[in-house]
Design a protein around this ligand. Structure first.
Ligand code: ATP
Ligand code: MG
Ligand code: MG
Ligand code: MG
Length: 466
């Protein structure tokens, strides 16, 4: 077969070489009957292709053909690499291709619902363009999501989903290297796993069932099954009833469960090392992606410490109180106070990534282990990036009597989870774990303002397509 070169690989060292590339015709500019420019894009990279009429290579018909292409059509371009004297504006690659052959592989319709170049501009660039009288088409979030396949072609989106892929990769690699086994738990289950109303109910061949709100029950049951350390990457379903910037009805859960030898801080230690490794990896290996996101959605790089800051819930509440923020006694932080605390912690400790431990038992799920010294509190924690929750974790109740009592106290129909509770009657080690939202990690690491930006095809209370 022929040799293909990736657009991103094109560089000055290839000067005078003949190359063959495939990509989308992002911009087409006709200069004269004898000359045209074509910007070809492949993922995050773009290159300028030049057609100039010459005796045996490029005919006037070929130039006409190039200028008649519709934007986003897929083209194959063969030509010779040249290096212009001045820097090339508007493309990522600093070389040009002097076109010898041009094929259209698949035509796009002429009227696209989204113009990729306009949709790639930052808000600041938009304002500038408007001030200078340029006509750009602004696309709102709904338009973007309705035509997601086009929206995904913007460099920022290419970068966001590369980051997502890297987050998942580090999650798996780190945990495998620490002796965790990858598992897959059922998503069709008999009773709600987290309690509450946010559950999708369905009919399972005549039996009431629901979509798993987390892998919680079954991941714990693998610990009962003698798997010492497990992780799962899988879908999580929540029938969230309101439209917020950080809740989806389906998201990707990164879950961990592990035996505990002495203290639930062993779980916190895994969180700490996993996330520091993840942030280091992203900063070291994804600078191109982070730059690309930053260009469209400016953000400050994440501040984090080599060892993650841990505060107790009470200490966090105290900081808020001192700053004049009243919270509900022994209550959960709402989004606003979470953000406020994030700001206070960032100012005081110079980190955007931290952990709150020892939450009140009353605001944690029924399977959470109460503190041995004070059962009003629990062996549990939340982790925050830029003042928003990305993780909840805890030691679990492995004692069947206490588990039954806690489920009843929390208003759970014990019958629907009897096989789960019974699992703890045959000898189970103390254990704990945590759940992370993949889209939340990406959103907050990159300082994005909406979780829909880090979900490929978001599912929210109003959206089930595309
Ligand atoms: P929140 O307080 O934001 O509603 P939660 O405490 O209800 O989150 P958990 O049950 O602790 O969420 O789930 C573990 C993690 O899963 C959360 O820390 C978050 O990263 C993610 N998550 C929870 N709900 C959603 C959702 N609806 N959409 C996307 N991610 C979510
Ligand atoms: Mg919630
Ligand atoms: Mg929460
Ligand atoms: Mg939580």
């Amino acid at each position: 077969g022929r040799t293909w070169t990736g657009v991103g690989e094109l560089c000055a060292e290839m000067k005078d070489k003949n190359v063959l590339i495939r990509g989308a015709a992002q911009a087409i500019r006709s200069v004269s009957k004898k000359m045209a420019f074509l910007v070809v894009r492949q993922m995050m990279s773009t290159v300028q292709c030049v057609l100039v009429v010459s005796k045996d290579v490029v005919s006037p018909q070929m130039v006409r053909f190039a200028t008649s292409l519709s934007k986003e059509s897929i083209v194959d371009v063969e030509g010779v690499i040249s290096v212009p004297n001045e820097p090339i504006k508007g493309t990522t690659q600093q070389v040009e291709i002097q076109v010898r052959k041009l094929y259209c592989i698949n035509r796009a319709v002429p009227n696209l619902p989204i113009n990729i170049e306009d949709a790639s501009r930052s808000e600041i660039e938009f304002k500038k363009a408007e001030d200078s009288g340029e006509q750009l088409v602004r696309v709102g979030q709904d338009t973007r999501l309705n035509h997601r396949v086009l929206d995904l072609r913007t460099p920022a989106n290419q970068a966001i989903f590369e980051i997502q892929s890297q987050v998942e990769k580090v999650f798996r690699q780190f945990l495998e290297s620490e002796g965790f086994r990858g598992i897959h738990t059922p998503k069709l289950i008999a009773g709600s796993s987290e309690g509450g109303a946010a559950v999708f109910k369905l009919d399972y061949k005549g039996q009431p069932a629901c979509l798993a709100q987390s892998p919680q029950l079954h991941k714990q049951m693998t610990i009962c099954g003698g798997f010492g350390r497990v992780f799962e990457v899988g879908p999580v379903f929540r029938a969230e009833d309101s439209y917020t910037h950080r809740h989806l009805c389906e998201f990707v859960g990164l879950d961990v469960e592990m035996e505990i030898k002495e203290h639930y801080f062993e779980v916190c230690d895994i969180v700490d090392r996993l996330f520091v490794a993840m942030f280091d990896h992203l900063n070291m290996n994804c600078s191109k992606e982070l730059e690309s996101i930053n260009r469209q959605y400016p953000f400050q790089p994440l501040k984090y410490l080599p060892k993650t800051l841990r505060l107790t819930y009470d200490e966090g509440i105290q900081m808020l109180k001192e700053a004049g923020v009243e919270t509900e006694p022994m209550g959960d932080l709402n989004t606003e106070s979470e953000k406020k605390l994030g700001k206070l912690v960032s100012d005081k400790y110079n980190t955007d990534f931290y952990m709150l431990t020892r939450y009140p038992l009353g605001i944690r799920p029924f399977y959470t282990m109460p503190c041995y010294d004070n059962p009003a509190y629990s062996n549990s924690f939340d982790v925050f990036i830029r003042g928003e929750e990305i993780i909840s974790g805890a030691q679990r109740v492995h004692l069947p009597e206490l588990l039954t009592k806690r489920a009843e106290q929390c208003g759970i129909d014990v019958k629907t989870i009897s096989t789960y509770i019974d699992s703890f009657r045959y000898g189970t080690p103390p254990h704990g774990g945590f759940g992370v939202g993949l889209e939340r990690v990406v959103m907050l690491f990159c300082g994005l303002n909406n979780i829909r930006k880090s979900s490929l095809f978001p599912r929210d209370p109003q959206r089930l397509t595309p």
